[in-house]
Design a protein around this ligand. Structure first.
Ligand SMILES: Cc1ncc(COP(=O)(O)O)c(C=O)c1O
Length: 388
């Protein structure tokens, strides 16, 4: 008998401990974990540097209110600003809170410049920005909003890739366009760099803001610190979470100074957001991930992995429709429902997770080793043969 609410369809397996890319179950089995808490454990399980950071901080100070200065948070904010487009950072605890705060920041900017009617956010239909009331309506997906009315107003939608509809949906009330740079839950769909450039141009022309949700694809996951980096554009607002905490719940909104000016005293807050314990871990994650060498490794290993997966696809065209993704945010799109395939991978001790459009989502830790990729490739090849 479980007393947990039944809002998850949990696999009947639990884990005793994890180490790097591996999870060890309570019934004595060893799994190659290519979910990593859904792109959360960016440095794998029980990374010694993160263990050290949390241990040291836990002996000093866990939590103080944001009514006081928090030097650990100042430090992490400075690192994020130095590394990215951002001028300012606002810490939260999760991705949904970060995207919701990003929406608030966009609306507040237009309010602060005397245009309060510019408050609508244009999003991709069936995208994913979290599970709060506002963010489920931002997703434009019936599955997420059903039964949670009344509707939270203020969101418009266009189809992914439909540029005509995107342009048509911008009105005088539009405040911002908000998209995931790489759609995660929606099936690992990458917005190409030329599209990102167009998006920026459109936003400039219409004098609206560009919000890029990098909760899943950011913090090194794509092989660059941010997935939009190669396009050379600068968004106005970027919510992040997942990978920046390496397993500790951290969210943040990165923003330029133009929009940050609207977020004056009292406009937003979070009891836990940016507390010293979280910030100590965030700093350690940032120190490890943000350097060129680390990110080049992500790129190299991703290239190798994608090549191997494409070879498997070519041998199994009846099973695999497409290999998608960037960096270590990878999707194997099947021709049919992916549940059986994911279960078979799990029987072979490889953990992966679903995404929309029959996609098997693969999210190794960013410091995954080549021999671990080889191990996964072998299992995927075997399962392809079995289901073919
Ligand atoms: C792109 C994106 N935005 C927001 C969220 C919400 O994050 P959280 O589950 O931490 O609230 C997610 C979670 O999967 C996500 O992938």
């Amino acid at each position: 008998m479980s007393y947990l609410v039944k809002n998850y369809n949990r696999k009947k397996i639990s884990f005793k401990y994890g180490k790097g890319s591996f999870l060890y179950s309570n019934d004595g089995k060893k799994y190659l974990d290519f979910i990593q808490g859904i792109a959360v454990n960016s440095l794998g399980h029980a990374n010694p540097k993160l263990v050290k950071a949390i241990n040291q901080q836990s002996k000093k100070l866990w939590h103080v209110s944001n009514a006081f200065l928090i030097p650990e948070g100042e430090k992490l904010a400075k690192k994020l600003v130095n590394k990215t487009f951002a001028d300012f950072v606002m810490f939260q605890n999760s991705g949904a809170e970060a995207t919701e705060a990003a929406i608030k920041t966009a609306r507040r900017y237009f309010y602060s410049i005397g245009k309060p009617n510019k408050n609508r956010i244009l999003c991709v239909k069936n995208s994913f920005h979290g599970r709060t009331l506002a963010t489920i309506y931002a997703s434009g997906s019936k599955k997420m909003t059903e039964g949670f009315g009344p509707k939270v107003n203020g969101f418009d939608h266009f189809e992914f890739g439909n540029h005509k509809s995107l342009k048509n949906k911008i009105t005088k009330n539009t405040a911002a366009i908000m998209v995931e740079t790489i759609m995660g839950e929606g099936g690992i769909k990458v917005i190409p760099d030329w599209c990102l450039k167009e998006l920026r141009k459109i936003c400039n022309k219409k004098k609206i803001l560009l919000i890029l949700d990098e909760v899943q694809c950011g913090i090194g996951r794509s092989g660059d610190f941010f997935a939009f980096e190669k396009s050379k554009i600068k968004p106005d607002i970027v919510p992040i979470a997942k990978g920046i905490g390496g397993g500790f719940p951290i969210g943040a909104v990165l923003m330029n100074k133009k929009v940050a000016a609207g977020m004056t005293i009292g406009t937003h807050g979070s009891t836990f957001g940016g507390n010293p314990l979280a910030m100590a871990v965030g700093n350690a994650v940032m120190d490890n991930i943000s350097n060129k060498k680390f990110l080049n490794n992500v790129k190299n290993i991703s290239e190798y992995f994608l090549l191997k997966l494409k070879q498997i696809k070519d041998k199994n065209p009846n099973v695999i429709k497409e290999i998608r993704g960037k960096g270590l945010l990878i999707g194997i799109q099947l021709h049919t429902d992916q549940a059986n395939f994911i279960n078979k991978l799990m029987e072979n001790k490889l953990l992966t997770i679903r995404a929309a459009e029959n996609v098997v989502r693969i999210l190794p830790p960013l410091n995954v080793k080549k021999n671990e990729i080889d191990q996964a490739v072998k299992i995927i090849r075997k399962v392809c043969k079995e289901v073919n």
